[in-house]
Write a protein that binds this ligand. Structure first.
Ligand code: GAP
Length: 446
């Protein structure tokens, strides 16, 4: 974890929030590379669960919602952790994380546990009183439930169908630390998938498989991912069944996503508290039903951490240590780096021309500082799949070298097919398939 945290800070992936003021507990900021990586994770999720499916639509609901939402959902009453205070050093702990009944910091005596609600309260409007209290949403899910009828009426979707949403959630977490694993402000990617009662178990299985495969398709090693079924006494009040997808983080096996069968709990609760009909009219059976809901709920930040941890690699070579982020191409913050061999002014026009033509398509970096070896290392460390090198021979033959990150193999291609070649390679075409006029250059032996 220390290596990752240091790389994230040094290379501009993730910074502690408000660092110049000493930081803000369990809040983090995504830097220039981090925001690209995080956006790519969200794009990959949206593509898989909305763009490529006929049975899914998207939503972007507001963070502030009517306070009754959280009464109906059970959060006002029950979204709480048991807490204990140390009588000696005054530190506060989650009672369920205490092993021997003593304060983990100083060994002091602890108070009786009491419940502490995790929702952040705020006031809406100019008057601060009980009537103006609102909450920062602790999950995005409820924004979907309260829009169920709106989406149904406007899209005319038939069961089974789902609504996907990603966005910020807020929890006043007590146990923090472990970098972006547990934060007070974080992002979720949630799906509420509405099905006919009786088909819920089959759809639950479908979503567990789909979601597990999403991570492995984006490069997470199978050995580092597992499913864990919740025991009956672990299930949330609304859930009939739940599986966690766990990743082997540097801190050990921990949840990255939960998939729950929420039954008809939420729609029934919101119908009861709002007085609105939230049933689905089945054209076939001519009956009204309250759909059951399967909920795959993932954390954006935990996914980012898992993709970073899984792709981090080190290789010893004659220059020392090569650090590589072997990120899936779809997730890499920078897809291509354009590297003129030197700052010689003869190379400048052709290098800028290549750079300008590629940046239209992808996030591309131009780097001409220090030796070419150093620049390759810098790109490896941030996970850039391809470097394009322009040398003096390029002026003569209008060809450039493409160097790939993982095995450092090189091919030489005409500039006129550079863009199409990179596009094919970024889409997964093997490097040894050459474009017209291309040549295998280095690293292919064996
Ligand atoms: N709607 C269901 C729900 O919110 P959850 O298990 O509490 O379920 C879902 O949260 C996911 O959100 C988790 O698997 C995790 O990835 C992410 N998550 C939850 N709390 C988090 C926190 N404090 N910091 C970062 N991610 C968090």
């Amino acid at each position: 974890m220390d290596k990752l945290v240091s790389l994230c800070k040094r290379r501009g992936f993730i910074f502690p929030s408000s660092e110049i003021y000493g930081g803000m507990g369990a809040c983090y900021d995504y830097g220039p590379l981090g925001v690209e990586l995080k956006n790519n994770v969200k794009k990959a999720w949206w593509k898989a669960v909305v763009q490529q499916r006929d049975d899914m639509v998207g939503l972007d609901a507001s963070i502030l919602m009517h306070p009754q939402v959280w009464v109906a959902s059970g959060h006002v009453e029950g979204f709480a952790d048991p807490l204990v205070d140390c009588k000696q050093c005054k530190q506060r702990w989650r009672a369920d994380h205490i092993k021997d009944g003593k304060c983990p910091a100083c060994g002091g005596e602890l108070t009786e546990s009491r419940m502490f609600n995790l929702m952040f309260k705020t006031c809406v409007g100019p008057v601060e009183d009980e009537a103006s209290v609102a909450y920062l949403r602790p999950e995005t899910a409820q924004g979907i439930f309260v829009n169920f009828q709106n989406v149904l009426n406007s899209t005319r979707k038939k069961l089974p169908f789902g609504i996907a949403q990603m966005g910020k959630s807020f929890r006043n977490e007590i146990t923090t630390g472990n970098f972006i694993f547990r934060m007070r402000e974080f992002e979720q990617m949630e799906i509420e998938y509405f099905v006919r009662p009786g088909t819920d178990e089959q759809w639950f299985k479908h979503w567990v498989e789909e979601r597990f495969n999403w991570y492995t398709n984006l490069g997470i090693k199978k050995d580092n991912l597992r499913l864990r079924q919740h025991a009956k006494d672990e299930l949330a009040h609304y859930a009939r069944a739940c599986y966690d997808i766990e990743y082997l983080f540097p801190i050990g096996w921990s949840e990255i996503e939960g998939i729950a069968n929420r039954t008809d709990f939420d729609l029934k609760q919101h119908a009861k508290f709002s007085g609105k009909d939230l049933s689905y009219f089945d054209e076939e059976t001519k009956e009204h039903t309250i759909p059951y809901v399967i909920e795959p709920s993932a954390g954006v930040d935990r996914s980012v951490l898992a993709f970073l941890a899984d792709s981090y690699d080190e290789e010893k070579d004659k220059e020392g240590l090569r650090v590589i982020l072997r990120l899936h191409y779809a997730l890499a913050p920078i897809k291509v780096a354009v590297l003129p061999l030197s700052r010689n002014e003869k190379l400048l026009p052709i290098s800028r021309e290549v750079y300008n033509s590629l940046r239209n398509c992808w996030m591309v970096q131009y780097d001409d500082a220090q030796s070419i070896g150093r620049r390759y290392r810098r790109q490896d460390e941030i996970g850039t799949p391809f470097c394009v090198t322009i040398d003096f021979q390029s002026l003569e033959d209008k060809q450039v070298t493409i160097r790939e990150r993982d095995k450092m193999r090189q091919i030489r291609v005409p500039i006129e097919v550079l863009k199409s070649t990179l596009e094919a390679k970024l889409n997964g075409e093997p490097l040894d398939i050459l474009p017209p006029g291309g040549k295998k250059w280095l690293g292919f032996e064996g």
